[in-house]
Design a protein around this ligand. Structure first.
Ligand SMILES: NC(=O)c1ccc[n+]([C@@H]2O[C@H](COP(=O)([O-])OP(=O)(O)OC[C@H]3O[C@@H](n4cnc5c(N)ncnc54)[C@H](O)[C@@H]3O)[C@@H](O)[C@H]2O)c1
Length: 434
C-alpha cells in the first residue's frame, strides 16, 4: 500500500510539529481528512488547545474545540504518524543572522522518533539549502536511518497571511517539493486534500525554499521603495498617497504602500537570504538597503510626531502621546517584531514621559512579557496632545472625526495617521499621514 493510501485509509496519521500561526490552521484543515497529531514543545500552548482556546485567533476557538486533533507535547506520540509537517519558528538573532535552533531541535526530536518509510515536509521559512544541509544530517544522525532510502524529505513553504480572511490556507496555491519524484507526488497528493487552489510542483527542494524567501524579500524591497519615497515627499510637502493614486493609473504600476514592516516574515526572511549570499561571497546591496530603510521607519514616524509637537509649541517632555495599535499588522494579535515599539523607543529617547499604548487585538500578558509595556484601555486614552494611529485594525478604520476628537485634550489635535485611514477628515485635525 502506498504512503498516501495508508494515510487516507487512516492506517497511520499525519503530525504537525509546531502549532502556531502556521501549524494550527494546517492541523485543523488536515484533521477534516486524516487522523492528526498536533505536537508542540510549549506545554502551556498545548494545555490551551486542549481547552479549546485559540491564542492566535487564526482558526477560532470553536474549530479547535471540535477538531479531532490529538494535541500532545509527548514526542513519542510522533511515532504514530508517518507523514510529518514541521512549522516551527525561524527567527533571526540580535545581530540579524538566521537562528536555526528551533528547527534543529525539531529535527532532533523528530529524528529520535522516525521510522522507515516516514515522509517529512518542512514548512518553516529558510534559506535555499537549509533542509538538505542542516535538517537531513540531524535527522539521519538521530534516527540512524538514511534519507532518500529509509525516510523521505520535502519542503513546502507556507504563504498564509494571518488576519486575512480572504487569502486562507485553502485558497493559496501551495508550492511543494520532494527529494525524489515519488516523494514529490505523495506530498502533492497529501496537500491536494486540503488546498482547494491546488499545488505547484517545484523541481527541487532548493527552488521551493528560494521561492518563499524571495517572495517575501521582493515585498520588503517594494515597500522600502515606497517608504523612501514617503520620506522624500514629506520634505517636499507632497502627499505620497496622492502620488501613488496618480501613478496607479498606468497599466504596469505596482501597488505597494509605505508603512511599518514588522512581524517575523517580511521583516526577517530577507536576512536569511542576505546571510546565505554573504557566505557565498556575494554582498547583498538591494535587499540589505531595503531592510535598512524599512527598519528605520519607526524612528522616522517618532520624529514626525516630535516635529508636529514643536510646531504647535507643545513641550515634548510633558506631551501626552497616545498610540493606537501595537501589533505588527492589522486584525491579528501577533506582536512579534512589531515596529510600533521602535516608535515608542524613539519617543522615549526625546524625553517624552507619557506614552499611552492601546490595542484592541494584543494580549496584555504577552505585551508586558515581551516589551514591558502596560496597555492602556481605549476608554482611558484621553487628554492627548498627539495621537499616533499606527495599525489599521478594522475597529480603528471605523472612527469618525467625532470619535477621534474624544482622545484629545481641549487645545490639542495632532493626528499622526501612519496608515492614512482618516485622510478624508484631515481638515478637522493638525494632520499628518505617511
Ligand atoms: N506567521 C506567518 O504569517 C507565517 C507565514 C508564512 C510562513 N511562516 C513561517 O512559518 C514558520 C512558523 O511560523 P509561525 O508564525 O507559525 O510561528 P509561531 O511561533 O506562531 O509557532 C511556532 C510554534 O512552534 C513551537 N515550537 C518551537 N520550537 C519547537 C520545537 N522544537 N518542536 C516543536 N514545536 C516547537 C512553538 O512553541 C510555537 O507554538 C516560520 O518559519 C515562519 O517564518 C509564518
Amino acid at each position: 500500500m502506498s504512503p498516501y493510501q495508508e494515510l487516507i485509509e487512516k492506517k497511520t496519521a499525519l503530525s504537525v510539529i509546531g502549532l502556531g500561526y502556521v501549524g494550527m490552521p494546517l492541523a485543523v484543515a488536515f484533521s477534516k481528512k486524516l487522523p492528526v497529531i498536533g505536537f508542540d514543545t510549549n506545554q502551556e500552548k498545548v494545555a490551551q488547545y486542549l481547552c479549546g482556546i485559540d491564542p492566535t485567533k487564526e482558526v477560532g476557538a470553536e474549530e479547535i474545540a471540535t477538531a479531532e486533533i490529538h494535541f500532545t507535547n509527548n514526542e513519542a506520540d510522533l511515532k504514530k504518524a508517518s507523514f510529518h509537517i514541521v512549522a516551527v519558528p525561524t527567527p533571526v538573532t540580535v545581530d540579524k543572522n538566521p537562528d536555526l535552533e528551533p528547527i534543529k531541535s525539531a529535527c532532533m526530536l523528530l529524528g529520535r522518533n522516525l521510522k522507515k518509510g516516514d515522509i517529512l515536509v518542512f514548512e518553516s521559512t529558510v534559506y535555499p539549502g537549509a533542509t538538505e544541509d542542516i535538517c537531513i544530517p540531524i535527522l539521519e544522525a538521530q534516527s540512524h536511518l538514511i534519507s532518500g532510502k529509509d525516510f523521505f524529505v520535502g519542503y513546502s513553504p507556507e504563504r498564509i497571511n494571518p488576519g486575512d480572511k480572504v487569502h486562507t490556507l485553502e485558497s493559496i496555491v501551495k508550492i511543494v517539493s520532494g527529494c525524489d519524484n515519488e516523494t514529490l507526488e505523495t506530498i502533492a497528493q497529501v496537500y491536494e486534500l486540503v488546498i482547494d487552489a491546488g499545488v505547484h510542483r517545484a523541481p527541487s527542494i532548493k527552488v521551493a525554499e528560494a521561492a518563499k524567501v524571495v517572495e517575501n524579500s521582493q515585498r520588503d524591497i517594494n515597500i522600502a521603495f515606497m517608504n523612501e519615497l514617503a520620506m522624500v515627499f514629506d520634505k517636499m510637502s507632497i502627499d505620497t498617497s496622492d502620488v501613488l493614486a496618480a501613478m496607479a493609473t498606468k497599466w504596469n504600476a505596482l501597488t505597494f504602500y509605505p508603512g511599518l514592516v514588522g512581524g517575523h516574515c517580511i521583516g526577517v526572511d530577507p536576512y536569511y537570504f542576505i546571510s546565505e549570499a554573504e557566505k557565498l561571497g556575494y554582498h547583498s546591496q538591494i535587499i540589505a538597503a531595503g531592510r535598512k530603510v524599512n527598519d528605520g521607519m519607526g524612528e522616522f514616524i517618532a520624529e514626525v510626531a516630535i516635529k508636529e509637537l514643536i510646531q504647535k509649541d507643545c513641550s515634548v517632555k510633558k506631551a501626552r502621546i497616545g498610540i493606537l495599535g501595537l501589533t505588527f499588522k492589522e486584525n491579528c494579535p501577533d506582536i512579534r517584531n512589531t515596529k510600533v515599539v521602535d516608535i515608542i523607543t524613539h519617543l522615549h529617547s526625546y524625553g517624552v514621559e507619557q506614552i499611552l499604548v492601546s490595542d484592541c487585538w494584543a494580549d496584555q500578558a504577552e505585551v508586558s512579557k515581551e516589551y514591558g509595556i502596560e496597555l492602556t484601555p481605549e476608554t482611558e486614552l484621553k487628554n492627548l496632545d498627539c495621537l499616533i494611529v499606527a495599525v489599521g485594525h478594522d475597529a480603528y478604520c471605523q472612527f469618525k472625526s467625532t470619535d477621534l476628537q474624544q482622545f484629545f485634550a481641549a487645545s490639542s489635535d495632532i493626528l499622526v495617521d501612519v496608515k492614512g485611514l482618516y485622510k478624508e477628515n484631515q481638515k478637522d485635525f493638525h494632520y499628518w499621514n505617511l
